[in-house]
Structure formats: structure tokens, C-alpha cells
Design a protein around this ligand. Sequence first.
Ligand SMILES: [Zn+2]
Length: 312
Amino acid sequence: MAGIIGELCGVVNLRMALIFVFLDGVGLARAALTNPLTVNPSPHLRALLGGPLTLEQAQSGVGLLLRPIDAALGVPGPPQSGTGHVALLAGVNAPAMHGRHQPNFPPVALRPLLAERSLFRRALAAGRSVAFANVFPPIFYEAVARRRIRPSASVLAAQGAGLPLRGLAELRAGQALSWDITGQALYARGETPDLPPITPEQAGACLAALARTYDLVFFECFFTDLAGHGRMGANGPAEAVARVDGLIGGLLAHMNPADTLLLTSDHGNLEDSSTTVHTEAPVPLLAVGPATRAFAMVERIDQIADAVLGVL
Ligand SMILES: [Zn+2]
């Protein structure tokens, strides 16, 4: 009987989820003294890869894949977030369609396409459950209303899919994360006085827990790009590496064995401390888990959405 129960539990545990961690502004470059991913501690990534998150660790094995993928998509100049996010989320060559790489926010002409073709919308249409794990506190809506910021590609994609954005109630319940992984920024601004920052490992555990309920869990982190731009202080790049490493460590420690972690980026920046602008480096495609093979042929960021949908 115990064996049967064990088998049944095994069947239940085989439900597979994909945890998609999108890091803005992280290239996969060679190890160098100018590469913060080389010179700062990253114990979880090093244990996983056999070294830091650099080009030398590119590998393809059972349950583990790290490969450089192209973010430029045939368009000259350093890739930018506005078009890069559309390429990632909608699976289209947004820079080519727009005629150039556009920073920050998606081109207006591509927004209907983003709403219609997004990974979120197509996953939901296929009957899969989706969690957009980022928290959007009241100051986000105030800033949008005052036109101080515009909605990012991910927000437009979520709205186009009818996918609810998470708020402070979910953050309090451990069912949402801040864009900086720990919640430090919101806490420092006095937005969440009852919510002291969590550790990056706790943040990873939070995403792993969401994957028990949802088929696709999406989280995006902008701390990495801001650190690469020099906007998080002198210690920003080291802190970015520590937060990403802790997040991955927490995820790997708490993920269901049937789940797969996917990590990628939209362009280089953090990996080169000799500049504070985007680089033309390829970006990492890191996959950990049983669905890793589905990403082995991905060569460009606009091929990721279809690969994700293929494993859900
Ligand atoms: Zn940037």
C-alpha cells in the first residue's frame, strides 16, 4: 500500500511548472576582472555551473543547460529593453519590425501585437495557469497616472492577457516579489514599513512556492540593469550578483524536481563594469530541470516564448 501511495504521490508531483526569471541587462561574457559576475562571490551559481555565470561555463547536460543566445536579432547597435522585451514576451523580431533597438518601453506600433501574442496570453489560451510574480504597489499606479513612468512590456502583456497584477496583499503573503528581489527599495521608500526586506534566498523560495500552484511563473528583475548603469551605487554590481545568486540558490533548494527554471536577459550591461551602457554581448540562456532539452536549440531571444509554450 505504501508503494502505491508513493507512486500516486509521485504522479501528483510530476505536475510540471516553468519558472521564468527574466534579468534585465545581463550578458554572458568571458571571465574578466571587469566582469562583476567573475570577481564577486556567487556560490550557488558556481556550485551549479562549476564556475561563475560566464561564457566559459556554457554547457549542455542532463537537466542543465547554459548557452549564449543572440539579443541583437540582426539589427545594428546595442540591444535595448523596449524592443527586447517585446521580442522575449511575444516571440517576434521586434527590433527588425521597429527598424531599430528602442530603449525602455515598447514601441507604440508594437503594443497591439504584444497584447495579442504574449507568452501570458498564449499560455492562458492553452489552458495553463500563469502567475506574473512581480508586485505593483500603489506608487506604481500613481506614477503611471502622473505619466512619470509608462507601463513596461510585461505589464502591457499582462493587461492584454487579462492577467491580474499582484499588489501589496500578495507581497505580504509571500506570493509576490519586488523588482529588486528583496523588497529593499520599497521598504527604503517607506512604502512597506511592515515588510522588511527578505533575503534573496527567501525570494527564490517564494517563486518555487508559486510554481506549486501555477504552470508558468514569470518574474522580472531590473536591479541588474540599473546596477550596470551605475544607478545602484558603487556596490551595485556586487549587490546585483549577490541577489541573483541568492535567488537562484533559493529556487534550486525549494523547486519541485518536476519543475524547470529558465533564466535569460534582453541585453548585456551588468557583465562589463568598464562601461555603464548596454553591451552587444550575447545573453545567457540558463535552464535547470527536466524540460531543459526544449531550450537546447534556442539561439535568439525571440525564440524563447515559443520554446516556453512548447513545454507547458
Ligand atoms: Zn538599461
